[in-house]
Design a protein around this ligand. Structure first.
Ligand SMILES: Nc1ncnc2c1ncn2[C@@H]1O[C@H](COP(=O)(O)OS(=O)(=O)O)[C@@H](OP(=O)(O)O)[C@H]1O
Ligand SMILES: [Mg+2]
Ligand SMILES: [Mg+2]
Ligand SMILES: [Mg+2]
Length: 317
């Protein structure tokens, strides 16, 4: 099948990063460092980005990686002990790693959107990670603006009998979910709107306009309360048929916020390969060919496909 090597390396990289994130959460009270935009980053975000970039670059040296984090906050002398913590955790999966190498590995994620590139969110839902809730390691490969490979590691996600779920999709090859170690793989697809118990919607814990979400969901016929969940685990919930809709509409508090490619790329492919649909709030497809942030689109609507037009119509009113 196409992209076999990309898939294999992407799965291994996400598994390695997720192992380290779980270890950080189990062993230390992960402390948030505040970034310039006031959002949090932790030792685990840095470690996960270092691991994934190193593994992707070893296998595909010419592919740029567009990652969320950079190593600036680890390079100053005052941050030496923080860097040492990152190195110690990276060593769990890459035993030869050194303090000298780690910033360079992280900064391999400073690549540009290109004809072929990878995009990485080492921890999507850092706030959920810090709270002990959901987070995801999200990695995708994009060619000519088309997402070809998407891997979403959700170590804390429980669905049915599963605990810790890896979602994997290849363009044209369908979407799968499996345990974090790759065992027990299963093809997934979105559910129909007549599946009453799953006719519900997911939204962020904090982001987005939750009042508007509730109104739009109601207009689309959803009468139950939302499930609030951090990270791209929300894409996994819809792709596996545990919900029919994920709403992410811009909040009036942040009118200039633009969504980032790494917050969506892996999730979008998982949804599309599971038979669902993703657009912005006006029905436009998300453009992965230009910049790390979506300049021309706002908001994200993720659905089982069936109810997509109804949601867009409700938004247009
Ligand atoms: N104002 C605003 N609006 C929309 N999105 C924003 C906003 N600010 C930040 N972000 C991005 O939200 C990512 C986390 O999304 P979640 O769905 O997990 O949010 S929540 O924690 O459940 O509220 C988060 O990703 P991570 O930084 O990887 O956690 C951010 O990229
Ligand atoms: Mg962040
Ligand atoms: Mg994110
Ligand atoms: Mg992140």
């Amino acid at each position: 099948m196409a992209y076999e090597k990309e898939k294999e390396i992407a799965i291994a990289a996400v598994q390695a990063a997720a192992t380290v994130c779980e270890k950080v959460r189990a062993e230390m009270v992960p402390e948030a460092i505040e970034k310039s935009d006031k959002s949090p980053v932790t030792v685990a975000d840095f470690g996960a980005q270092a691991i994934v970039c190193k593994m992707i670059k070893d296998a595909f040296p010419n592919d740029p990686i567009v990652g969320e984090e950079d190593a600036d906050d680890l390079k100053t002398p005052e941050m030496a002990s923080r860097l040492a913590q990152v190195t110690n955790y990276v060593k769990v999966v890459l035993p030869d790693a050194t303090d000298e190498q780690i910033p360079g590995w992280i900064d391999q994620g400073n690549g540009d959107v290109s004809p072929r590139y990878w995009t990485l969110d080492p921890i999507d839902g850092t706030k959920g990670f810090l709270r002990g809730d959901q987070y995801a390691v999200a990695l995708a490969m994009v060619e000519d603006g088309d997402i070809k490979v998407g891997v979403l590691g959700c170590p804390a996600l429980k669905l049915g009998d599963r605990s810790g779920i890896l979602f994997v999709a290849i363009r044209g090859g369908g979407a799968m979910m499996m345990n974090m170690d790759g065992s027990n793989p299963e093809k997934i697809s979105v559910t129909s709107s007549s599946d009453i118990p799953n006719f519900r919607f997911v939204e962020s814990v904090a982001h987005g306009d939750q009042d508007l979400h509730a109104r739009i969901a109601q207009a689309a016929g959803i009468t139950t309360d939302s499930i609030r969940m951090d990270s791209q685990a929300k894409y996994g919930a819809v792709a596996s048929g545990n919900a029919v809709l994920y709403l992410r509409l811009p909040s009036a508090k942040y009118p200039n916020y633009r969504e980032k490619i790494w917050d969506h790329a892996a999730g979008v492919l998982v949804i599309e390969e599971a038979g669902g649909k993703v657009t912005d709030m006006h029905g436009k497809t998300l453009d992965f060919s230009k910049e790390p942030r979506f300049v021309d689109t706002q908001g994200v609507i993720v659905s089982n496909g069936e109810i997509h037009d109804k949601v867009l119509a409700a938004l247009a009113n």
